[in-house]
Design a binder for this molecule. Structure first.
Ligand code: ADP
Ligand code: MG
Length: 253
């Protein structure tokens, strides 16, 4: 997609869990080459919004469009093939596998070559293409020196990068990242910020849930603020910082 093209648009998303309205009328758009921050206090409904966007759970209301295709009722795999990838709040890596092997799993989720086919074995030429793609993404996130280390034994900052490399193997147009900077040391956080900046320059659309306000305010182009499942405000970091409703509910003055 050309820079500035709309990649993802969701409107009026709603999700109820029993008596809890976890998400109540949230909308969000992401353009190519843009980083959108989704912020709000714990329990505001940010992770649930991600789950709705990537089709892990069905919405009670609202809808979305990804690259011109309706999100509704689309299976997560179809969405992945259509250009949406995500990382989770807690790192999901396969124990006992190396960085390279974990990232390679991402290529097996891509397109027609499913995980099952990956396990059954591809022909050598296909396999070579997928290996090259895994190496390319490992290099992109700066993990080449760690490629043969057991992923789960690496420090948190590097494990996060493994997850991002694996998601990038899907060749997504839009990448959803749930608290990627949480628990990172300052140096790892700065490295992550550079990486996300590079991805933006490459034309990806990124949506970021993040509690680290310094990280969010410095990196994002636009913010969506949630509170108790509802959308409290949208705007640039500058606008959000000055928004009285946001200051009262969230930033705490
Ligand atoms: P955030 O990511 O902003 O901290 P969540 O989206 O995880 O918030 O949660 C929003 C609300 O929905 C919370 O009140 C949470 O307890 C509730 N919730 C989330 N997932 C479930 C679930 N699977 N079942 C029941 N309630 C849930
Ligand atoms: Mg969450």
């Amino acid at each position: 997609p050309r820079p500035g093209a709309e990649l993802l648009r969701a409107t009026g998303l709603r999700k109820r869990f029993g008596g809890v309205l976890a998400v109540d009328g949230v909308g969000l758009t992401v353009k190519a080459g843009e980083i959108v921050g989704l912020i709000g206090p714990n329990g505001a409904g940010k992770s649930t919004t991600f789950d709705l966007l990537c089709g892990v759970i069905p919405p009670c209301g609202g809808d979305g469009v990804l690259l011109g295709q309706p999100l509704r009722r689309a299976a997560p795999r179809r969405l992945a093939a259509a250009g949406l990838a995500r990382s989770f709040q807690t790192v999901h890596l396969v124990p006992g596998l190396t960085v390279f092997e974990n990232v390679l799993l991402g290529t097996h989720l891509r397109g027609r070559a499913g995980v099952l086919r990956g396990m059954l074995g591809l022909d050598q030429r296909e396999e070579a293409v997928l290996h090259a793609e895994a190496w390319r993404q490992i290099d992109r996130v700066g993990l080449t020196p760690y490629a043969h280390r057991i992923a789960c034994q690496l420090p948190l900052g590097r494990r996060r990068l493994v997850e991002i490399a694996r998601a990038l193997c899907l060749d997504p147009a839009v990448l959803l990242l749930d608290e990627p900077a949480a628990g990172l040391r300052p140096r790892d956080r700065a490295e992550l910020m550079d990486l996300l900046d590079d991805l933006r320059r490459d034309g990806l659309g990124l949506v970021l849930v993040e509690h680290d306000m310094d990280f969010v305010m410095r990196l994002t182009d636009r913010l969506v603020v949630m509170n108790f499942g509802t959308e409290l405000a949208q705007g640039t970091p500058r606008e959000i910082r000055r928004n009285p409703a946001v200051i009262e509910a969230y930033l705490g003055g």
